[in-house]
Write a protein that binds this ligand. Structure first.
Ligand SMILES: [Zn+2]
Length: 281
């Protein structure tokens, strides 16, 4: 897509958050060109741009905030808006966490597809990466290479029964809707039990997460490699925080929200002078 786009209609979602278990309502509104993706936290609350420097926490999900108010688990909704081609939208959140829906971005992506997107008379912002970058932490590695499109290669190797999975895909609305959006958040049964005992994952259930018992998934898989598809879904949502369409190839080995935040902050920092020079963000 060469132009910026916004939604043709207002979207509304409600449900419980995976980590807090809290009820939340989200209203996504069309916005003028150049406004980007932004959150409004509570009625009359602060408006916070969906940018890497506004990430305040990455332990179990990506959390955006201003130091006072926060919203958790922004990655699935951002992934859907971004990959479906929505450059400009205001995401009004009434609650502490984006609703988990079925653990995937399917409901968000389908609602965007149903509402449609409207082209705007301004060129789309692109985040052009012109040289290689790499980021490492623990056993996770992220390599970002120049590329004409936004392409992701993702490798994971989780404990049984998940195992090693791989995905290689260039990101576009139709493929995202059909092949990435329905991939669910996942976890292991023993971890879910420990999280619940610790008062975490309070909204988690078999209705909004793919849970693996020692002998296999407790609900049918949507794809044999659903786990790595969900990892790509998360990565797209986290890379939306570049604030422009990534024109790069991202090669991930076992990365998660924390390394994604390190990478997007690092990339925004690396290209800060150029962004200022062209008047973008
Ligand atoms: Zn996720």
């Amino acid at each position: 897509m060469q132009q910026q786009h916004t939604l043709r209609d207002v979207l509304e979602f409600e449900g419980i958050g995976l980590h807090t278990g809290a009820e939340a309502r989200v209203t996504v509104r069309p916005q003028v060109a150049g406004s980007g993706l932004r959150f409004r936290l509570g009625a009359g609350g602060p408006v916070i741009p969906a940018l890497a420097e506004n990430v305040v926490e990455t332990r179990r999900s990506t959390v955006i905030g201003d130091g006072e108010r926060t919203v958790s688990t922004v990655e699935h909704l951002l992934s859907a808006l971004f990959a479906m081609g929505v450059d400009n939208a205001l995401i009004e959140v009434d609650g502490p966490e984006i609703p988990a829906m079925d653990g995937s971005a399917a409901a968000f992506a389908q609602a965007i597809e149903h509402a449609g997107i409207a082209p705007q008379a301004t060129a789309r912002r692109r985040f052009v990466v012109d040289r290689p970058f790499f980021y490492r932490e623990g056993n996770a590695t992220l390599v970002v290479l120049p590329c004409e499109e936004f392409r992701i290669q993702f490798s994971v190797d989780f404990a049984p029964p998940v195992g090693a999975q791989f995905l290689d895909m260039s990101i576009a609305p139709d493929r995202f809707l059909a092949e990435i959006a329905p991939a669910r958040t996942f976890g292991y049964l023993h971890e879910v039990e420990a999280l619940l005992a610790a008062g975490l994952a309070r909204g988690g259930s078999l209705d909004n997460a793919l849970v693996f018992a020692p002998d296999g998934p407790m609900t049918p898989l949507r794809w044999p490699n659903e786990v790595v598809r969900h990892k790509a879904l998360d990565l797209i949502g986290d890379f939306a925080l570049l604030g422009a369409w990534p024109q790069c190839e991202v090669i991930s080995i076992k990365s998660g929200h924390r390394l994604h935040a390190i990478a997007t902050n690092g990339l925004r920092e690396a290209y800060a002078p150029r962004r200022a020079a062209v008047g973008g963000r």
